[in-house]
Write a protein that binds this ligand. Structure first.
Ligand code: ADP
Ligand code: MG
Length: 702
């Protein structure tokens, strides 16, 4: 909010006071006038009409009924205790029930009186019913007065707040009061030329109308305007930060491509790069020659060849006298990167080391020394890499794998390792819908690898029910006979950990009966095992000593066994889409045909069916990510939870994609023309940046 008034602590609002302020802060995180103003209704109630009881259907949203109370009675014992009342109009009888505040409600109900009932209808034993309806004594005069407010706002509240009479109605009163006193202080923050171009309603009107609309059209205008405002300023902040950072932080210049890169490219790289890989390398080349710090996100499906691109970028850094590192979220992944990179570069080419929590002290000390004297060129590890003890002589490029597990704070820590911050390349195999990337990583540049290396056959995905388990065994045998390996994955969800473990154990037993020793060998890995045992089992599978790996999702990230050709997912309906896609990506890494089998229970929920069908239908990670976002909402997409960026109040990244793209494009155009926001028509836009107390610190940039 651009007016100081709105930063006033909530206790100073008329009708609030200290006690209520305390609960507002605790329960709804409403600290200031602004927070209250932005506590938007979660729905609107159409009070323009009364429904007849015979017309009330269970699938209706909230409805209003005018009826006379004919009975009330408290029934049941302890847990089943409830208040049941009946009301009738000239078309039928509706039952009303309360499970809470029974005594209090019972006292307020007066049989024989006419009430305006309001609630969400349901059905119980074939009869129309309403649980916890709002009840108001009918008074024809008052009802008419209320006619001015046809769409009633409904606000989220809590039990605690209700004790302080801050239920939806109470909150509504506070907000009405706030608007009455301070609407005049809501100043326009979008320049007139943009309001005209995008046909946006004025700001103060919009805040009033989103709370108290006269009609649906007005409400929509208000919502549209506030959504635009929210998305526009978020993008403005992100892109302005990016500009500021570019002007503030210098970047190492990787001016030449020399011995390391060329030697690798011409003599060691065992395959032709895909066009996508070449394009991304070019983008990185440009980024690292501008003298500005690179912050680039590299998105690409599992197996699309991100690691090779990262390695080749690192070789360019080394060609220019810099050190590099790769930071992975787990030891297993760090290990895997280490092996991959060792095998790609071969011996005696460039010094590579692995640094994880389990590297012994002595070895660690050697690594530290070599980092400080600059002889160690490639360091691979977990967050052990950014411990304060670790000092680099000249860190030029940092590759972060699976970014979302590293917080902003950790990234910042890494940057502090050099006076000129290292270039940063973030790799993620969790494709993110474009609009989400624009927001979550809005201040990063984004590269996409959207093709798999040539010669890969698309994975065939099948959906089987329990009755088809024999077919699954058949496919397994066929593949094992061909010398291939197989993953069998079980879900592991915290709440039912024990049960899940039992499922996995039972499954293993069935497997070992179907695939007996000595002909077949099975590895088992689950979350309850010691790290060393896990690793041992994993290694057996990686080395090809076992043909089947039964596991919980611990294998989700990273393992690379190109010989594995079948991924079986048990209880597949319990996995999220992106998880399913990640798991499937564990196979299909060789030239052979690979399979993914989704085993599910016969009864799928609606969402479950969409997930399974999506998996069967497509291998495209971006398409899957889109559907995932539609199903779960942007806030639940992997990696977004800890990010405050998505704390949007009105806009929704899943449903407002078009508006977001419009807002982003608009911001880009403005900043291209007027990077300082100094033109008279853009002065309004510059205000939020001036208000903030000066410079950006590295830690603040996300
Ligand atoms: P990602 O990190 O994107 O999951 P990787 O870089 O680990 O993918 O590559 C997966 C596999 O594909 C590795 O075995 C790698 O050597 C191989 N690979 C990468 N790029 C190519 C390519 N252009 N042609 C053939 N194989 C490739
Ligand atoms: Mg990889």
């Amino acid at each position: 909010m651009n007016s100081q008034q709105f930063q006033t602590p909530i206790e100073y609002l008329k009708g609030v006071g200290l006690a209520r302020a305390e609960v507002l802060k605790k329960e709804l995180r409403i600290f200031t006038f602004e927070d209250l103003l932005k506590h938007f209704p979660y729905k609107y109630i159409d009070r323009t009409r009364f429904y007849k009881i015979k017309d009330v259907q269970p699938d209706m949203p909230y409805v209003q009924v005018l009826a006379r109370l004919i009975s009330k009675e408290i029934i049941g014992e302890k847990h089943t205790k409830r208040l049941v009342a009946q009301a009738k109009d000239d078309t039928g009888i509706i039952e009303l029930v309360w499970f809470q505040s029974i005594k209090w409600v019972e006292k307020t109900l007066i049989p024989g009186k006419a009430y305006v009932l309001f609630g969400k209808p349901g059905f119980f034993n074939g009869k129309a019913q309403m649980a916890h309806p709002e009840m108001e004594l009918y008074n024809s005069g008052a009802a008419q007065q209320r006619g001015t407010l046809t769409l009633q706002p409904a606000y989220n509240s809590t039990e605690k707040l209700k004790q302080f009479t801050l239920d939806s109605k109470g909150l509504q009163k506070l907000i009405a009061g706030l608007l009455d006193q301070h609407a005049k202080d809501i100043h326009e923050n979008i320049p007139a030329y943009l309001l005209n171009r995008f046909k946006l309603a004025p700001r103060a009107d919009s805040y009033r109308n989103i709370h108290f609309p006269d009609n649906a059209a007005q409400l929509n205008e208000a919502i549209q305007r506030l959504k635009f405002e929210e998305l526009f300023f978020l993008q403005l902040k992100l892109l302005k930060n990016k500009l500021t950072r570019a002007s503030k932080f210098k970047g190492n210049i990787f001016g030449t491509v020399g011995h390391y890169f060329n030697e690798f490219y011409h003599h060691k790289l065992p395959f032709e790069l895909t066009n996508s890989q070449k394009r991304v390398l070019k983008e990185i080349r440009i980024d690292t020659q501008r003298g500005v710090q690179m912050n680039r996100l590299l998105q690409g499906d599992v197996g699309s060849g991100k690691t090779v691109v990262a390695l080749m970028s690192m070789l360019i850094a080394i060609d220019n006298g810099f050190q590099t590192c790769i930071m992975a979220p787990t030891e297993i992944l760090a290990n895997q990167h280490f092996q991959t990179i060792k095998s790609l570069v071969g011996d005696d080419f460039v010094e590579v080391a692995l640094l994880t929590g389990s590297v012994p002290q002595k070895k660690r000390r050697v690594i530290h020394e070599k980092l400080e004297d600059g002889s160690l060129k490639i360091l691979i590890g977990t967050h052990a890499l950014i411990e304060d003890k670790v000092r680099y002589q000249n860190l030029g490029l940092v590759v972060i794998d699976e970014q979302h597990r590293f917080g902003v704070e950790q990234r910042a820590k890494l940057w502090r390792k050099n006076i000129v911050p290292p270039h940063i390349l973030v790799m993620t195999a969790t494709p993110i819908p474009r609009t989400l990337a624009m927001t979550l990583y809005g201040d990063l540049d984004v590269s996409v690898i959207n093709e798999l290396p040539a010669g890969r056959k698309p994975i065939e995905t099948k959906h089987f029910y329990e009755a088809q388990r024999l077919r699954m065994f058949g496919l397994m045998k066929q593949e094992i006979t061909k010398g291939r390996q197989i993953y069998v994955v079980y879900p592991l969800i915290q709440e039912s950990e024990k049960l899940d473990l039992k499922n996995l154990m039972d499954g293993t037993e069935i497997m070992s009966r179907e695939f007996p020793l000595p002909q077949f060998r099975i590895s088992v890995v689950h979350g309850k095992m010691a790290a060393a045992d896990k690793d041992f089992e994993m290694q057996r599978f990686i080395k090809g000593e076992t043909q089947i790996m039964v596991a919980t999702t611990v294998i989700e990230v990273g393992v690379n066994v190109p010989n594995a050709s079948v991924m079986i997912i048990e209880n597949a309906e319990r996995f999220g889409l992106s998880q399913l896609h990640q798991l499937r990506g564990r196979v299909g890494r060789g030239a052979e045909q690979s399979y993914c089998i989704l085993m599910t229970c016969p009864k799928l929920s609606n969402d479950g069916r969409i997930r399974i069908n999506t998996m069967v239908k497509t291998n495209n990670g971006f398409e899957i990510a889109e559907i995932d976002m539609q199903l779960r909402g942007p806030g639940n997409i992997e990696g977004t939870q800890q990010s405050g960026v998505l704390d949007l109040k009105v806009a929704n990244l899943a449903t407002d994609q078009e508006l977001l793209i419009t807002a982003r494009k608009c911001v880009e155009d403005i900043l291209t023309k007027d990077p300082q926001l100094a033109l008279p028509e853009n002065l309004l836009l510059n205000q939020p940046f001036q208000a903030k107390n000066a410079g950006l610190s590295w830690d603040k940039i996300s």
